[in-house]
Design a protein around this ligand. Structure first.
Ligand code: FAD
Length: 437
């Protein structure tokens, strides 16, 4: 096996976290190699073409005003997303409820007499007083209201943002997210599909003297004497050894242990990869129609449903996603349980039944583009909020980024970008910084 090159850093996996980490490193002059085993960028947030439609595999809503946007600015990469206005509405009993002015107070004020008590808890959380991490959001909410509609709204918010049911997400994580994280207050859709954002980051890496190799799986992470030394990468028919003192992996701690060999990690670290991490699942329904199914231009969250949690009206702001004359939507359902075993076929049907109920005549109006169950090793979140591992692996120079190592209570691509920022800052603090070109 030949050693083809030496880089300052290698990033294994071109998902949201890996791309953000590689773009940050390259932007400060670190010669960076980013590799991915697929032939497309973005991992679980990539984009595929189906029947002329640009269809997102995972993330659609990209947040503005946080670490994610900051990464693009730092890398000099354009983040050409379009914000729907209003961004979010609720759909209760077939009626749109726009909360862009009145917020949560307006939404639940008319549904339960205990609304002010619930809002007080949000205020307390904002000033740092939070329930302990063991109480579920469902149990926490039960302490204030039994209203089925309020429970359904909270369930569908948790499902939409975290791919978890209220019985699965700790109230502490839920409240942390809504009181101190971005909480999708400002977001946009990309007219090229989410892929457009990843391409901009990949271009910035190459502009900054880095390289991006697709169809290039890492087969081994070489560790010697407690420090990372190289990555063995398959390029076509050949195996190549690429040297670097910094390796950041985006494939999750479990796959990282398999690539480097469990003998290099502490027993506790290895145990956490199976005992602590709990993948959270969701089901994605992509479809298109000739006639508009909804008027709201952004994301609409449902009230009482079996499994369906929300739907996005993609072509209202980004008509380029669909061939002319088509409206394109994506709806999400979250199974019960989302963090355990479930019957995929039965859960897909529950979501379909909801779609038919929410949109009378659904089957006659729509062309289904894809139905995808995201679970196990290709889930909605590699671990649910509240069940993350650390970004440090205990091996010198080897770090993890992505949605298995999120900061407590965060979620989605914003959380992945945050892990990249934390890791890159630690890497740069530990090594002399190279001047930006
Ligand atoms: C249906 C759905 C909807 C979502 N909606 C939103 C949303 O609207 N907004 C939002 O912010 N978030 C959303 N999310 C969450 C978001 O998509 C994910 O949290 C995020 O994309 C995960 O990124 P990651 O950094 O963990 O990397 P991943 O996507 O897991 O990427 C890791 C990459 O590494 C590659 N890899 C693995 N092993 C190797 C190897 N040995 N060698 C080389 N490469 C390897 C993988 O193939 C993959 O391409 C959604 C998720 C789903 C599933």
């Amino acid at each position: 096996m030949e050693t083809v090159d030496t880089f300052d850093a290698i990033v294994v996996g071109a998902g949201a976290g890996g791309l953000c980490a590689a773009a940050r490193l390259a932007s400060v002059g670190k010669r960076t190699l980013l590799i991915d085993d697929h032939d497309y960028l973005g991992g679980r947030a990539g984009t595929e073409i189906i029947d002329g439609h640009k269809v997102n595999i995972g993330a659609i809503a990209l947040e503005l005003g946080g670490v994610f946007e900051e990464t693009f600015e730092m890398a000099g990469a354009p983040l050409n997303i379009r914000e729907p206005k209003p961004a979010t509405v609720f759909f209760l009993d077939h009626k749109i409820v726009d909360v862009s002015r009145g917020g949560m107070g307006m939404l639940i004020g008319g549904l339960t007499r205990k609304a002010s008590k619930i809002l007080d808890e949000f205020a307390k959380a904002r000033s740092g007083s939070l329930p302990d991490g063991r109480q579920s959001t469902e149990d926490w909410l039960n302490g204030y209201t039994k209203s089925k509609t309020v429970h359904a709204i909270f369930r569908n918010l948790c499902a939409a943002i975290f791919a978890m049911n209220t019985s699965e997400i700790p109230a502490r994580a839920f409240l942390t997210y809504f009181t101190s994280k971005g909480a999708f207050k400002r977001f946009g859709f990309h007219p090229e599909g989410t892929m457009g954002a990843w391409q901009a980051l990949a271009d910035s890496i190459e502009r900054n003297n880095g390289e991006v190799w697709l169809n290039a799986p890492a087969e081994q992470i070489v560790v010697d004497n407690g420090a990372v030394k190289a990555v063995v990468v398959r390029k076509g028919d050949t195996l190549v050894r690429v040297k670097a003192d910094i390796v950041i992996t985006n494939c999750g701690p479990k796959a990282t242990v398999a690539l480097a060999g469990p003998e290099h990690f502490t027993a506790d670290y290895v145990a956490q990869t199976t005992e602590r991490l709990k993948p959270a699942a969701n089901i994605v329904y992509n479809f298109a129609s000739r006639e508009a199914l909804m008027t709201a231009p952004g994301i609409m969250t449902f009230g009482k449903t079996r499994r369906l949690c929300n739907i996005a009206n993609l072509t209202a702001t980004c008509p380029e996603l669909a061939p002319e004359g088509w409206h394109q939507y994506v709806a999400y359902a979250v199974p019960k349980p989302a963090m355990g075993d479930f019957d995929s076929g039965a859960e897909v049907e529950e979501g379909m039944a909801d779609l038919r109920e929410q949109f009378p005549g659904f089957d006659d109006k729509v062309k289904m583009l894809s139905v995808r169950v995201m679970r196990d090793d290709w889930p909605a979140q590699r671990t649910g909020a509240g069940y993350d591992m650390d970004q440090a692996t205990g091996i010198d120079g080897l770090w993890c980024v992505g949605d298995a190592v999120k900061v407590y209570g965060n979620g989605g691509t914003q959380a992945c970008a945050e892990t990249a920022k934390i890791v890159v800052e630690k890497v740069l603090a530990g090594a002399p910084e190279v001047a930006t070109a």
